[in-house]
Write a protein that binds this ligand. Structure first.
Ligand code: SF4
Length: 245
């Protein structure tokens, strides 16, 4: 458990704890990390790589032409702005350690965060507004973004989610000082809860077990990629992460 104090918390780690503390324990403390490649993850990974190539000025692979062209039309490169694809920030303020991998940062007068989604369902603005990813990504940028742009304020930061399968429905969320303060309290409170959790109890909502890789361990039920890829889990490239210590 001492190791946990050295851990940089990602959005997936925080979401995993909120989902089921025991799942968090299996994955991040006991190291039972099941790395697998579903069709959704493979497709999302290829698309993210092509988007990275595009904003680095390299030729895309050609494998995801339609998706890439939708995204590129949505966000053309503008003179005078800086484009930073797949940019990782590790933030440590001596109370919380956070790690965030941004799909794309666009630096101009403001800092615009872009996140590529490859989901079956249309993006939901109301869900995304309160989602852990949104809160962590905006908070970390507001807390640590001075290294990227010196005079940055929370109100200069936004995050936009774009899914090339639903090009007319991007979701943009702006930030402000009041949300920054609330997110800071929420995130540090959650991390302190994790660091002092002596139990890591299994979730009481056992419906979640049907989509969990530890279903055999906890319930003696078989685990299949199909069930994990099943309805409602929304697994995508974003769920693939490094465990960050
Ligand atoms: S199978 Fe259920 S109880 Fe076990 S780790 Fe997964 S979600 Fe938690």
């Amino acid at each position: 458990m001492e190791d946990l104090k050295e851990m940089y918390f990602s959005q997936t780690a925080l979401k995993t704890y909120l989902d089921c503390p025991y799942k968090f324990r299996n994955r991040y403390i006991d190291g039972l990390y099941w790395k697998y490649e579903s069709e959704g993850i493979r497709r999302g990974s290829e698309f993210h790589l092509d988007m990275k190539r595009h904003y680095l000025g390299l030729a895309p692979s050609g494998a995801n032409k339609d998706m890439v062209s939708q995204a590129v039309n949505f966000l053309p490169i503008e003179d005078g702005k800086q484009y930073l694809p797949e940019y990782t920030i590790k933030y440590n303020d001596n109370t919380v350690k956070l790690t965030v991998r941004y799909d794309l940062l666009v630096i101009g007068d403001n800092i615009e965060i872009y996140d590529w989604k490859t989901q079956k369902s249309k993006l939901s603005a109301s869900k995304l507004k309160t989602d852990m990813q949104t809160r962590l990504y905006l908070y970390t940028m507001a807390a640590a973004g001075k290294k990227i742009k010196q005079d940055i304020r929370p109100s200069d930061i936004s995050i936009t989610y774009f899914d090339p399968s639903h090009p007319s429905s991007p979701v943009r969320i702006d930030y402000d000082p009041s949300r920054f303060e609330k997110d800071g309290i929420y995130i540090s409170g959650l991390i302190s809860r994790i660091l002092t959790d002596g139990e890591f109890a299994p979730t009481e909502d056992r419906k979640k077990c049907a989509y969990c890789e530890y279903n055999r361990l906890c319930n003696g039920r078989p685990v299949s990629i199909e069930s994990i890829n099943g309805l409602g889990t929304g697994l995508s490239w974003d769920d693939v992460e490094e465990i960050s210590f």
